[in-house]
Design a protein around this ligand. Sequence first.
Ligand SMILES: [Zn+2]
Length: 332
Amino acid sequence: MLREYIHALPKVELHVHLVGSASVDTVVALAARHPSAGVPTDRAELAAFYEFRDFDHFLKVYWAVQSMLRDRGDIDVLVTGLAAELAAQNVRYAEVTVTPYNHVLDGMPGDELLAGLESGRATARDVHGVELAWVFDIPGEKGIVAGRETLTFALGERPDGLVALGLGGPEIGVGRARFEPFFTAAREAGLHSVPHAGETSGPATVWSALHDLGAERIGHGTSSAADPALLAYLAEHRIPLEVCPTSNVRTRQVASVDAHPVRRMLDHGVVVTLNTDDPPMFGATLEGEYLAVATSLGLRKSEVAALAANGVRSSFLPASRKDELLAEIAAV
Ligand SMILES: [Zn+2]
């Protein structure tokens, strides 16, 4: 019953990585395009390969997918596969994180990447009824050069649907502040700032993302819960957190969904949105995240709807589209 209610709510997804979104079906399609990649093409074998074992295994799956992305056709397969998964869950809009630096480093020309994103986005809209926008993110572990290249690519190409600059990868030893010039330039050019912070390091990283990078939303922000002053700041300034509970469990940042500090965030008035990060690789779905949190916290339907509404309000959709989706949520 709660499951049906969650399905009926129109939802948005604000934190999902394009490569990490590849489902088994998508990988079957990619492996058929690239038999020499050595990725299993048999569905059952691939499903076993996909079963989450530990973080190293997750990275193995992630890089196996990444290795099969070579041209616009591959990107199109990936984007349309994600759109089908989203549509099946009544997700209407997603801001999808793409890491151009990694694709170009792996030998894909930038214009192939952009052509695949654009054709996939058109199919998502026309065939699946899902609107997609892009966050171009800097792989932080690759340093300043990745920041510079990502910014240059983003502002030089400025593809349709690009809404924000992100920052991902490990946090320990990769201070947010060193990326300040790129975020400043991106914001001056009209892009939003949505860095990961507080996923694998403490609240100081979140403070840095806010002060140094002008973060308008925080990717994860899990460790914010350890700092009451930070929670108060996030609540006061209405800076949403992109919470990805299953991802945090899988990467062992929290012991279980029940142990996730999402209740503490909500109790402090923080705007919490629910998201999946790398859904099939972590065995997550957006509906599953809503269900897990609602069950764990014993939420009423109105509180579940409020989480869906938080997602809509925290998105970079135009105000008129937000109003339409909020009206639909209210009607459910
Ligand atoms: Zn992420």
